[in-house]
Design a protein around this ligand. Structure first.
Ligand code: PMP
Ligand code: GLU
Length: 392
């Protein structure tokens, strides 16, 4: 018998779709893949060289549980320079991707049945991770008029005595919206007053187009005290497969995360950490270049979507996704349980376009388009969405 914790766990939709696309591709089918957020860019060569050099110098043994000292020093400099927040290297823990950081942080902060506020739409793995850790995910409804950004009046409705953490994603996957300083200050005030920690998932922080990004911990000493920042290299340096992320928090929480990690994984791959170190030291221009290209793709995607009458979307100021509202065409598709899954199945089957169903993010009237793919794939994919919708 498997553990009861699996009984209501839904496997990751994004990983599921990605596997489906790989299978179709291996059968020779050409798929326009606008599904998973896996950047099509190569990791900059200068960063890769750091990994290669570390291997050639036989740096292949166990190292510190909280991550390479030189990498944590470099992250500490980055946080000060780019995010205006001071963390000592021993307040940073490097882990195997942001996913691993989120799990470690929950293990460090929560007890069984603690409640976690998760604004909707939410990134696909939040709910399941919280459930796996025997906590209670509390989905906080937000309004489309506010671009699905959570407000304190939304949070107020769902807060209870048992609320331990607010899990906030900024910039947001799937909407690409970015919170303003004023909005964040209100959220911090609310959480501080109510003894709620903020896990601030800032993995898309580097991919911002026309809005300034503000890291919550930089707002005030009060904000820093209750915030655990999650970040990583998967999105900013296109290093998804190398699995490097990090937390920044106060020393007490960092030590707890380090000790948990020491048991669970020891530390992330040393080679990958060297690549991350090289990326921070040498690749600022390459990263800026990628962001410029994402911005162009965002514009291409939005222009094409503007031409489809039946849909609307949330305008993304960051990350690399567009969250598209299909509620106006809902009655044109026959479905049993989920409209968005049926829509995505049909468009994959008929047009070979892969999208992620909105239900993965808690909103079944929507689908998510990723522009972490080439401009050609993006353009052809959206044109196919247009013709698919007009033929319904
Ligand atoms: N948070 C969000 C919002 C994400 O979209 C992702 C997907 N990459 C992650 C965390 C996990 O990232 P990583 O690859 O670093 O585990
Ligand atoms: N976070 C990315 C996405 O939402 C990658 C897939 C995943 O890690 O779930 O598509």
């Amino acid at each position: 018998m498997l553990s009861k914790r699996l009984s209501n766990m839904i496997p990751s939709y994004t990983i599921g779709i990605s596997s489906k696309v790989s299978k179709l591709k291996s059968e020779g089918i050409k798929v326009l893949d606008l599904s998973i957020g896996d950047p099509d860019f190569k990791v900059p060569q200068k960063a890769i060289d750091y990994g290669i050099n570390s291997l050639e110098n036989n740096i292949t043994k166990y190292d510190l549980a909280n991550g390479l000292k030189i990498l944590r020093e470099e992250i500490s400099k980055k946080l000060l320079k780019e995010n205006n927040v001071k963390y000592n290297p021993d307040e940073i823990v490097v882990s195997s991707g942001a996913k691993n950081c989120i799990t470690n942080t929950f293990l460090a902060l929560t007890n069984t049945y603690d409640e976690v506020l998760i604004p909707s739409p939410y990134w696909v793995s939040y709910i399941e991770t919280v459930k796996l850790l025997n906590c209670i995910p509390v989905v906080v409804s937000t309004s489309k008029e506010n671009n699905f950004k959570v407000t304190i009046s939304d949070l107020e409705k769902y807060k209870t005595e048992k609320t331990k953490v607010l899990l906030l994603n900024n910039p947001s996957n799937p909407t690409g919206v970015i919170y303003t300083k004023e909005e964040l200050l209100e959220i911090v005030d609310f959480c501080y007053k109510n003894n709620i920690y903020i896990i601030s998932d800032e993995i898309y922080e580097r991919i911002c187009f026309d809005t300034e990004f503000i890291s919550i911990a930089s707002l005030s000493e009060k904000a820093k005290k209750i915030t655990i920042t999650i970040n990583g290299f998967s999105k900013s340096v296109a290093m998804t497969g190398l699995r490097v992320g990090y937390t920044a928090s106060n020393k007490k929480i960092a030590d707890a995360i380090k000790n948990i990690q020491g048991h669970l994984i020891s530390h992330p791959s040393v080679t990958s950490q060297y690549v991350a170190y090289g990326a921070l030291k040498e690749c600022e221009n390459e990263i800026d270049e990628m962001v410029k290209i994402y911005k162009k793709r965002r514009d291409v995607a939005c222009n094409l979507l503007n031409d489809i009458d039946e849909i609307s979307y949330i305008y993304p100021n960051g990350a690399f996704y567009v969250f598209v509202d299909l509620s106006k065409i809902k009655e044109k598709i026959k479905y049993e349980e989920s409209f968005s899954i049926e829509f995505c199945n049909l468009i994959l089957e008929k047009e070979n376009v892969a999208l992620v169903p909105g239900i993965a993010f808690g909103m079944d009237d929507f689908v998510r388009i990723s522009f972490a793919c080439s401009e050609d794939t993006l353009t052809n994919g959206i044109l196919k969405i247009k013709s698919f919708i007009s033929n319904l």
